[in-house]
Design a protein. Structure first.
Length: 95
């Protein structure tokens, strides 16, 4: 079992998850991150760090295409540092 990054990361690319990964399994593409399924140790520390809830277990139904996508792009460079995201979360005014 591994974790996968879904379409919620596309054109967003927050990298909070990368900084907590103990095995450096995140890879960076032009507009999305992936988790290398052969490197992921299923620790789940990245899941709560994603502000857009883009990281899910590969056992969740309907996400097989994202696991296949990650397998196709395992040659992308490893990312281990936080970078500026492509998009910003909307600011919600306090009441």
């Amino acid at each position: 079992m591994t974790f996968i990054v879904t379409e919620a990361c596309q054109d967003c690319k927050y990298t909070d998850c990368v900084t907590v990964c103990p095995v450096d399994c995140f890879k960076e593409g032009p507009n999305i991150l992936i988790i290398d399924p052969d490197e992921c140790i299923d620790c789940a520390v990245c899941v709560p760090e994603c502000p857009v809830n883009a990281i899910v277990s590969d056992s969740e139904p309907g996400f097989e295409k994202w696991l296949d996508f990650a397998k196709l792009h395992k040659d992308w460079p490893v990312l281990t540092i936080r970078k500026k995201p492509l998009a910003q979360l909307p600011i919600i005014p306090s009441l």
